[in-house]
Design a protein around this ligand. Sequence first.
Ligand code: NCD
Ligand code: ZN
Length: 352
Amino acid sequence: MSEVLRLPGLVDVHVHLREPGQTDKEDFDTGTRAALAGGFTTVLDMPNNALPITTPERLEEKIALAREKTMCDIGFHYGSLGDNLGTFAEGAKHAVGLKVYLNNTTGGYTLDPARLKEIYATWPRNQVVLLHTEEDTIDIAMASLEGLDRPVHICHMPSRAVLEKIIAAKQKGLPVTCGVTPNHLFITEEDVPRLGVYGMMKPPLKTKADQDFLWAHLDDIDIFESDHAPHTHEDKAAGAFGVPNLETTLPLLLKARAEGKLTLEQIIDKCFTKPSEIFGLPTDDATYIEVKMEPYVIHNAELQTKCGWSPWDGEEMPGRVQKVVLHGATVYENGEFPTAANPARVLTPFDS
Ligand code: NCD
Ligand code: ZN
């Protein structure tokens, strides 16, 4: 008999489910099936849609679409290009956090960092502002935290240079948290020749030395975030940045655990406890997952994500989710989604 682990339903604060506007890549149905198959019972969706989610109307439209289809609990981050601060009060009512981009990535919605102070002052103080920052913008990002008394989260922190600056800011007592993706923990720039376009993402993969630094400073990294960023094969061939990860994040973390790099307690802390705390999300003891510790091989053809590929295709993992219970209902079991009455909820923060 293989070992079965019971964990709380995992929380992923960083996914791109692409609806509305790019449902050739993913939609709320396929994206949240991928979430359940990967052990995530709560996902927070990013605002870089084809039309960015920078007005309350667009956010409401997106939420209405999600309500019809979502298979797991879902919340939304609002977006800003610096010109919609007058809509923050309304937008924040339906959002969990505010995401702003200091570097170019999918969508091209880069914000002028000169607007950061004003953005921090306008977005509700109990709701997180999430920053996409890389090596060339991290100094501006960290300087913007001086004297701040509101939470700021640094997304998908890729390298030693970025993490060192975050550690320094934390040591000063600044209100900053950070996340890391499986990409930056499990592959490096050395994998890019092998993976080709499927190894292209923002922030880009870094050196083995950078990766070693991240693993050596795991205690300074608050959460694991998948940055599930599906793209069609055609879009990847045309240069799109991003990699899907909802179904591969937990198996990869279990592999690291099997190699002695990580404990189960750390997985629970960084995929459930901390993300729930940082983003003010409700928790439910009747939401949990069962993980079967039996080796299996990741196959593109078996993925739920609409994009149908993974950088880890063909690789063996030590275990995977066999069952997901959401608010007391079994919503996933051995590759099937059994319940007709799925109790998935749309979340707004601090509303439990
Ligand atoms: C993301 C996407 O495709 O939306 N791409 C990526 O490479 N990570 C955007 C992002 O998170 O930067
Ligand atoms: Zn992202």
